[in-house]
Design a binder for this molecule. Structure first.
Ligand SMILES: Cc1cc2nc3c(=O)[nH]c(=O)nc-3n(C[C@H](O)[C@H](O)[C@H](O)COP(=O)(O)OP(=O)(O)OC[C@H]3O[C@@H](n4cnc5c(N)ncnc54)[C@H](O)[C@@H]3O)c2cc1C
Length: 377
């Protein structure tokens, strides 16, 4: 067997970043594997620009610790940023400089390149954390109900942050599937030089009608940083994006000069795969704001369901409420040293449609590292 690690983390999205940093800070000799060539996962590479699930209804942080540290490190310190929240929200003052209210929820606008840079800086400060890029998890050896090696490395504990439960797949741990019909995929891309205000529903309808008549699949606009920049979530195919942008430029007021810096487009999947743990968090727990004696994280994000027509249905918690995630939802049911974080936690299709947002992934990543640290010690 090759080198031995106390904790191996698979996947370097929001959950994996939190898990790897927290494990190394707790003194573990850590290994982080990702099939991609760099850190970031969906949060760093898909074109997303809003970090959801950080705040309660009043805009206060739901979780402290690494979640808050990472969110604050994404802070944009420009004069424009300092003006933006009051420009957008009118009289409503945000609880921290960067966050904004979208409908009933607070979100943190961020730049994906900063998301990656913050993670890289954290990793470089931790000599006991080794990263292996372009490394797909391919094999694991299980002895007496414990994973003893992963890709040939000896391991004390493993945290599956792959989003699609790749470690569980290899070791044959029981998984739950999400419902693709309520978690439709989307092509996400930024659109620059948009001079039209997209905040009123009437304005958005005026844009959607000609798009629908021209045969385009629906899209969602998210104005994040103010100015002339929006994030688009498109329910169509990646190859249709250049055509869509040309249509917007030619036919829609305020989009005459719009462009995207991206050269390639890809589909990002909302649905993941969850590993069955000691407790399966349910949609009823989420909507009932359930609390647990072994709670390790809080979340207040609504259950978000997206159909293939690009329509979203949001089911909210009672006003002012949050639910908790128990430690048991982060421990695999049958493999003693396998933990999960982010999109792989033990949750049913409804619960993960809330708990998959990045603020929650950061919280479960940090908590999984704490649980794993106890196991390897
Ligand atoms: C269309 C869409 C819009 C969304 N909008 C928002 C939003 O506005 N705000 C928000 O907060 N959340 C949003 N989400 C949800 C959120 O982005 C994801 O649920 C979250 O980022 C998942 O984080 P994660 O760390 O669990 O997994 P991921 O970010 O998916 O990271 C998984 C990592 O594991 C690696 N990996 C996978 N398989 C292997 C393997 N076999 N071997 C090694 N490595 C592997 C991948 O390369 C990747 O780096 C959206 C999701 C989608 C799809």
């Amino acid at each position: 067997m090759n080198e031995k690690f106390d904790i191996a983390v698979v996947g370097s999205g929001a959950a994996g970043i939190a898990a790897a940093v927290s494990a190394a800070r707790a003194g573990a000799k850590g290994l982080l594997l990702d099939k991609n060539s760099a850190v970031g996962g969906i949060g760093g590479f898909s074109g997303l620009t809003t970090l959801c699930g950080l705040y309660d209804d009043a805009g206060n942080f739901l979780n402290d610790g690494f979640v808050r540290e990472f969110a604050e490190a994404l802070h944009e310190d420009t004069a424009a940023q300092q003006r933006r929240p009051t420009d957008i929200c009118g009289a409503m003052l945000p609880r921290s400089l960067n966050q904004i209210k979208m409908g009933r929820v607070w979100v943190l606008p961020y730049r994906p390149e900063k998301f990656r840079a913050v993670a890289e800086k954290l990793f470089s400060s931790l000599p006991n954390l080794q990263t292996r890029w372009n490394s797909r998890v391919e094999n694991a050896v299980v002895e007496n109900g414990r994973i003893v090696s992963l890709n040939g490395f000896g391991v004390g504990a493993v945290i599956d942050c792959s989003g699609t439960a790749e470690v569980a797949r290899i070791v044959g741990a029981e998984c739950l599937e999400t419902d693709e019909t309520t978690q439709a995929s989307a092509v996400i891309f930024p659109l620059h030089h948009v001079t039209r205000d997209l905040k009123s529903a009437a304005d958005v309808v005026q844009i959607m009608l000609p798009l629908a008549r021209a045969g385009f699949a629906p899209l969602h606009f998210q104005s994040n940083f103010g100015g002339d920049f929006v994030t688009v979530k498109f329910a169509g195919q990646p190859e249709q994006v250049p055509q869509l942008i040309n249509f917007l430029r030619a036919n829609i007021r305020g989009f005459e000069n719009c462009s995207t810096p991206l050269k390639e487009f890809s589909v990002t999947r909302r649905a993941g795969r969850m590993i069955v743990g000691e407790y399966v968090l349910t949609g009823a727990d989420v909507l009932g704001a359930k609390k647990f004696p072994d709670a390790i994280a809080r979340c207040a994000w609504p259950i978000e369901q997206w159909n293939s027509a690009g329509e979203v249905k949001l089911r909210y918690l009672p006003p002012g409420e949050f639910y908790e995630i128990p430690a048991r939802s982060l421990r695999a049911a049958k493999i003693k040293n396998l933990f999960m974080a982010g999109k792989t936690i033990s949750a049913d299709a409804d619960a993960i449609a809330s708990a998959r947002v990045m603020g929650c992934c950061l919280a479960t990543g940090e908590a999984a590292a704490k649980l794993a640290t106890v196991v390897f010690e």
